[in-house]
Design a protein. Sequence first.
Length: 232
Amino acid sequence: MKQYKTLLIGIVLAVLPFNSASAIIGFGIQGGQSVFSVGARGPFENSDALATMDTGPFENSSNLGIYLYLDIIPFIDLEVDASIIGQEYDFTFGNRLGNVGPYQAYWGGASIYFTARRKIVGFELPILGGAQLFAGGGSNTHSFAPLVNLDLVESLMDGDLGAQPEFDEKTLVDYIEDNKIDKTGFHIQGGLKFQLFMLDAFLFYRQTIGDFEDVLDAKTYGSMNLRLGLGF
């Protein structure tokens, strides 16, 4: 009987920290919906080749990534997350041989966020277990694909905008890799964290601030994010 009591106490002691949202390390997957709007651009013109092109609008791209956090410093949690984002859009092209398109193009990017966050208040929820309201901020880095422009189209057409357009996929990939747009910024975020035993969940809003006007037509954009993972 004494052995059973010792085992029961051990189980309770092992469960209680997780149930009070006190994990010191956590990791998992993250998904979200970005909030921005990129308007139609163009027409862009090349008078020598009588060539024109324009791009269509797109908005509110989804993102997917992973995260890791550490709660080893009093009052502050440190976290890093990496995500990718992607979106389809259309572009059209025309020269003296006529107009072609719309063609389907792809815009995307990869981002890394470094964040320090702090619990504002903790509380218990029925069934869901421990929960906390948190806020934080930090820095971020990004690499975005350029939008289609006349330089890109000229590269795809072997330098002759007046020729019949024949777009090569490998040339497109090489151009994007050679002309990716690197950005840095900072962000603020806030939301809720839930923890039941070893299961973590985060629901939070993030505002990313920086010089994104040549990529997203804005200096700042938001995102609503959901995380699911494990905390120990």
